[in-house]
Design a protein around this ligand. Structure first.
Ligand code: AMP
Length: 469
């Protein structure tokens, strides 16, 4: 395929081109080159792309262009963008602010975790484009504050993450209320069968675009895995942060408690860090993110869900302080660095209990992560054994290491249990979760489904999931 090389040739109006110029964008990214023309032609699009590819502009520019041309007089919601997390929703709304700066089009964002009053007041004045998380959207529709019956353009962003977070029923509810005649765009970083089925039910005669970043992004990221005792991880992290004078990094922990604990431990070593996770108030999360973007906060300690959509171009280092139990999360995590054409380095700390997670990650990415065994905390027992299966490994009773870390592990396991009920409920199948990407995605949805049947309130469940990460 021959790509068009300028925004001018994509068919956008001068007021949008001016905004793009203000942003300093020179050439459209591949997803923009491929998605904007069919969307301007009124086609549905299925895009396999993740944050960092320029996907927000890929849908927001055509939405603005189509609205610009139609010159609607009424102030009903004409475009609805559904996003799984508050952070991502807020960032999409910020992008609409930037791209519509020379236009007379209104937009706003709504999400839970904050008072609804200001959102309701703004909605009552009328809005053209609404960016929303599913829970708050359905709440406000239920209360009669939002009418989506005039929506002409529907975007489902990060569909795979939506399903992982248990939003499928909310999405189906929204789809039932939306008018039948509308243009649709579905974005997903991965394309397991569940997403393909969802896409089938939403999209009509869609064009499929695949800019999955496996090679492209990953190429610019130097990856290293270091084998280390759990108890030595903190010292290893401190050493690297100091040795490499790290000034913009995200450190991923599996749990929010782990994130808080690490922030305190780093402070004891003279390193300022801030945590971002679902237990923090929305205000605190926004402040932390703003501080990280401005460079005041150099080290952000984050859980997976809270970090979703963090869009900071200068992140030089990503630390997988805990290896994720979902291999896809590894790909998302390391994609927080090497953005906007820059290089980045991603460290993975693998302790003895996590070697199966490493096997799963390498199966999904199809490549071995280069080993760095030259550091002083190298711990050979954490290296996966030949033929080791993907997934959680059972701890060996009575081993020296086990005794040494027993207290640590049980503390972590307890907090995991508290934090991630659904994950632990399905432990027996977890082993298989990581053998293939498809299976893994399916399993995680399955877990959510089983969680749902035990929990009578869907809204409570969604909110719990937010709180848990
Ligand atoms: P996204 O994938 O939408 O989260 O975008 C990732 C980053 O790329 C954001 O900081 C955008 O502002 C930036 N971006 C989007 N499109 C372009 C472009 N054509 N040229 C340069 N930067 C861009």
């Amino acid at each position: 395929m021959i790509f068009l090389s300028t925004f001018q040739t994509l068919g956008l109006s001068p007021n949008i081109l001016k905004a793009i110029e203000d942003e300093g964008y020179q050439t459209p990214t591949p997803i923009q080159q491929q998605a904007i023309p069919p969307l301007l032609d009124g086609r549905d699009v299925l895009a396999i792309a993740q944050t960092g590819t320029g996907k927000t502009a890929a849908f927001s520019l055509p939405v603005l262009e189509i609205m610009n041309n139609k010159r609607h007089s009424n102030k009903s919601i004409k475009a609805l963008i559904l996003s799984p997390t508050r952070e991502l929703a807020a960032q999409i709304d910020q992008r609409f602010s930037a791209y519509s700066t020379h236009m007379n089009i209104s937009h706003m964002v709504i999400f839970g975790g904050v008072k609804q009053g200001p959102q309701v007041r703004k909605l009552s004045r009328g809005v053209d484009i609404l960016v929303a998380t599913p829970g708050r959207l359905l709440d406000l529709i239920g209360q009669g504050h939002i009418d989506i019956s005039n929506v002409e353009f529907f975007v489902l962003d990060e569909a795979d993450r939506m399903l992982d977070m248990g939003f499928i029923r909310d999405i189906r509810k929204v789809l039932q209320i939306l008018p039948k005649k509308r243009q649709n765009l579905l974005f997903s970083a991965t394309m397991p069968k569940t997403i393909a089925e969802l896409a089938d039910s939403i999209l009509k005669n869609a064009i499929t675009i695949d800019v999955s970043p496996k090679q492209k992004t990953v190429k610019r990221i130097t990856q290293k895995v270091m084998f280390v005792r759990k108890a030595d991880k903190r010292r290893l992290l401190v050493k690297i942060i100091k040795a490499e004078k790290v000034a913009c990094a995200i450190v991923f922990t599996r749990t929010k408690h782990g994130a808080n604990r690490l922030v305190k431990q780093l402070a004891q070593s003279g390193i300022d860090a801030s945590a971002i996770h679902g237990n923090k108030s929305q205000g605190a999360r926004t402040r932390t993110l703003a501080g990280f973007k401005s460079g005041d906060i150099k080290i952000l300690v984050a859980t997976d869900i809270a970090s979703r959509g963090i869009d900071v171009d200068d992140v030089t280092h990503v630390f997988n302080y805990d290896l994720p139990n979902e291999p896809e999360s590894y790909v998302h995590r390391i994609g927080r660095t090497a953005r906007a054409g820059k290089d980045g380095i991603a460290y993975a700390f693998c302790d003895e209990s996590e070697s199966g997670y490493l096997v799963g990650i390498e199966q999904v990415t199809g490549k071995a992560i280069p080993r760095d065994e030259s550091h002083e905390f190298h711990y050979p027992n954490a290296i996966p054994k030949p033929g080791q299966k993907a997934g959680k490994i059972k701890e060996k009773k009575n081993s020296k290491q086990n005794n040494r870390n027993k207290n640590n592990n049980s503390r972590n396991n307890n907090s995991n249990r508290r934090n991630n009920n659904s994950n632990n409920k399905k432990k027996p199948s977890q082993k298989n979760n990581h053998s293939r990407p498809k299976t893994s995605n399916k399993s995680s949805h399955h877990r959510n489904n089983s969680g749902r049947s035990r929990n009578p309130s869907r809204r409570d469940r969604s909110q719990n999931q937010h709180r848990d990460h």
